[in-house]
Design a protein around this ligand. Sequence first.
Ligand code: DGL
Length: 262
Amino acid sequence: MRILKGGIAFFDSGIGGMTVLAECQKRCKGEIFYYYGDNKHAPYGNLPPAKIRRYVEKAFRKFRRLKVKAVVVACNTVTALCVDELRKKYPFPIIGAEPALYTAAKRGGEIFALVTRATYKSERFQRLLAETARRYPAAKVSAYPCDLLAGMIESHITDPEFCYERYFPSGEPNGVVLGCTHYIYIKEAIAAFYQCATYDGNAGIAKQLCATLQKQTNANKRSGKKSKKGQKRVEKGAFFGIFFLGSGKKGNKRLYKQMFVL
Ligand code: DGL
């Protein structure tokens, strides 16, 4: 299969990042997308950081070969662990996924932030927690590393009967931050369990991506370069404008169709 170069890449350990891709695809028309899911090694949340970095590097080397326009790290865990290192190393713009703590905390009250163990332990997330407490003292944010939840979603996503409740921390929060892109698949179940609003960063990521692409288009125009967007492009091998890559490409393609296309 010939993979067209110059698209926008999305990366996640597994299925989670497709929730982000779906949101971005709605907003960025006429683009080529890559979805790289490393499902074979998912979930990442309880793996040692060195191992996660190794898997991420493999994907990013592929993105470099594909001459991507931008990468969306559609994974809170990888963002928390190494987005700054990646930005230093690679020449393309990299957009990360951060737990939507500010949006939730603005409203005050008790907020639960559900994250993976690796995110919880990261310096980046701990800094975000401290900054949220400083900015929004009327909110009380409690962070919970949910060790099994992402893995359960990864393996039971197509089973509508599966009950995730036993993996939710108990309490009565006023808002829940979905700090892992896998959790977005079950946001209705989470909202129903706690009887409160949930918050995720997907709309923010899509907005950021559009702004990044617009900036590139403007810069290309100024320098007289032709922008690839809008050109008639052969999409052989792409499914709905997406090339699926990585160890989970077949399953992810199927799931994307089931969840986001039909
Ligand atoms: N979807 C990911 C995140 O946003 C990764 C979950 C995992 O692999 O543990 O954190």
